[in-house]
Write a protein that binds this ligand. Structure first.
Ligand SMILES: [Zn+2]
Ligand SMILES: [Zn+2]
Length: 225
C-alpha cells in the first residue's frame, strides 16, 4: 500500500509505505529491516566461514531471531541453511557448558555466567540502524507540507515516539507533531479512565465505543506493532 507522500529516495519510499500500512511506522520499518536481514543471512552468510566462525563470539541471534531463522529459511528454500547455523551455534554453546564442567565452584559459576552473556544480535543490530535512519528522516521531513501532517497522525508506539522526540531535539518543525502526539496520549488516558469510571452497573449506559477501544489501543501503544 502506498501513500501520496513525495519521495526522494528509498528511505522515503519505505517510510511512506510503513505509514500507509497503518500502525506504528517505526515498528514497521524495524520489522522490515529485520526480516530483510534474516533473509540475507539465509541467502548469503550460511556458507560464509567468517560469519560462522564469529557466531556466538562477535555476533549472535537473540531468542526471537534464533526462532525466526528457520521461518525465514522455509520462506526461501528449505531448512538447510538454518540447520547449518543452528548446529554451529549449539556446538559453540555446548563447548562453553563443557568447559564449565571441567572446573569447580566459583570458576564454574563464572564460566556459566560468561556463557549466558551473549554477543549482540546481528538481526536486531540491523533493525536498530534501520530505525535510526527512519527517525532522522522523519525529523527532516516534518518541515515538508505533505509529510508534516502525515507524521503527526502516525500512531507511534510509546518507545518509538520517545525515540523520535529524542531525535527531534528542538527542531521547530517537530513542535506540531509533538503537540498532536502528546494530545493523542492525553486522550487515551482520558478514555482509559472513562472506561473504569463507566464500568459500574449504574453508569454503564454512559460508556462510549471510544472508551471500549482504549485498552486495545493502550496494548499496542505499550507493546508495539
Ligand atoms: Zn513502534
Ligand atoms: Zn534479535
Amino acid at each position: 500500500m502506498s501513500t501520496a507522500l513525495p519521495a526522494r529516495d528509498l528511505v522515503d519510499v519505505r517510510l511512506s509505505e510503513a505509514i500507509g500500512a497503518g500502525g506504528c511506522a517505526i515498528c514497521g520499518v524495524r520489522a522490515r529491516s529485520e526480516r530483510a536481514t534474516l533473509d540475507a543471512i539465509i541467502a548469503e552468510r550460511v556458507l560464509d566461514l567468517g560469519f560462522r566462525e564469529g557466531l556466538e563470539r562477535d555476533h549472535a541471534f537473540c531468542r526471537r531471531h534464533a526462532a525466526e531463522l528457520v521461518v525465514a529459511d522455509r520462506r526461501a528454500a528449505g531448512i538447510l541453511g538454518s540447520s547449518i547455523l543452528y548446529g554451529a551455534m549449539i556446538a559453540r554453546r555446548l563447548a562453553a557448558a563443557r568447559g564449565a564442567q571441567a572446573v569447580r565452584g566459583r570458576a564454574r559459576r563464572n564460566r556459566l555466567a560468561d556463557a549466558i552473556r551473549r554477543p549482540p544480535c546481528a538481526v536486531c543490530d540491523q533493525g536498530f540502524s534501520g530505525v535510526d535512519a527512519a527517525l532522522g528522516r522523519l525529523v527532516e521531513r516534518a518541515a515538508d507540507p505533505a509529510w508534516g501532517p502525515a507524521i503527526a497522525a502516525i500512531p507511534f508506539c510509546l518507545d518509538d515516539l520517545f525515540a523520535l522526540l529524542a531525535a527531534a531535539g528542538d527542531a521547530p518543525a517537530m513542535a506540531p507533531v509533538t503537540d498532536r502526539q502528546l494530545a493523542r496520549l492525553d486522550d487515551l488516558v482520558r478514555r482509559l479512565e472513562g472506561y473504569a469510571h463507566h464500568s459500574s452497573q449504574d453508569r454503564r449506559h454512559l460508556m462510549t465505543d471510544d472508551e471500549r477501544a482504549a485498552a486495545d489501543e493502550a496494548a499496542r501503544l505499550l507493546g508495539g506493532d
